[in-house]
Design a protein around this ligand. Sequence first.
Ligand code: NAG
Length: 339
Amino acid sequence: MRMPRGGRVFLATCLGSLFALLLYYQSITKPEPGLKTGSRQGKTRRSPLQTLYNGEQQLELLAAHRSLPGRRELLEQACVSHTRKRRVLSPEDLKHLIVDDEHRLIYCYVPKVACTNWKRVLMVLTSDGRYTDPLAIPANEAHVAGNLRTLSEFSVSEINKRLRSYLKFIFVREPFERLVSAYRNKFTRNYNTAFHKRYGTKIIRRHRPNPEPKALREGNDVSFQEFVQYLVDPRTQREEPFNEHWERVHSLCHPCLIHYDVVGKYETLEPDSQAVLRLAGVEGTVKFPTSGKSTRTDGNMAARFFKHISPFYQKKLFNLYRMDFLLFNYSTPEYLRTR
Ligand SMILES: *[C@@H]1O[C@H](CO)[C@@H](O)[C@H](O)[C@H]1NC(C)=O
């Protein structure tokens, strides 16, 4: 079909605006699953999501609150741009989603992103008053399977009911800071013998030329370089899924299939946590523990560890964690050498 240039431009403009309109139409008609007013015992109450998205209240919200809807939108857009086919979730996919029926909350825990403290807070909230202070709960207690309920334990209809109406939140962290934190915690501390035996010995066997018998036996001196080689080796994920400490958030929490209402960030942990507790209406019930000890990093730890990784492996590692960078708006680190 031949058309004068002006005509083509006009047609393109029309199509463009039609497309934009469709998107807009979709966005205003798309039912917001959690927006229904929760009604319990005949009494209606404002759902946490209404609090979050109600324009008139927006003004009095903390600065942390204000960045939350933008993050959620960015996540949704990134999912549209970077994921191809949608699949159906199975209960197996929901093992990281912790449920608090009393306060209608769902939290997807990500190791190395303050998950111990969030589990403690949820134990307080679900304890019927048995606990009041999160820090009185020992860390290992917070990780005992069975102390908290996960969404995977429910029937499909009970799962859907909760996914539709609860406040769903997640906390994320710069992917390489999280990875280095996992490496340091699991491979450079003497006490983590279980990880040394389970993963360290295997990593050394595969990725260290001429290892000492002691290193092969104990697996307690894995270098960051060797750990990276293990991660990008295709055999690793063929054999079994990554351990949750280095598994990607994308795979642990399925953020493109589950529409999280709040995406909190480790980099702004305290205000974001406060915002979640406030939205959940439990600000007065429990306080998020502030980090007393200085385990929080300066946000530049990864740069030091990546200095010793070759560009070849840096690139492979970046590809592996790419989705977590894209979905949660973390920019490509400046120190990365990928050529
Ligand atoms: C995404 O990151 C950029 C750069 O750090 C920042 O300026 C922007 O506000 C972020 N967007 C959202 C929605 O958080």
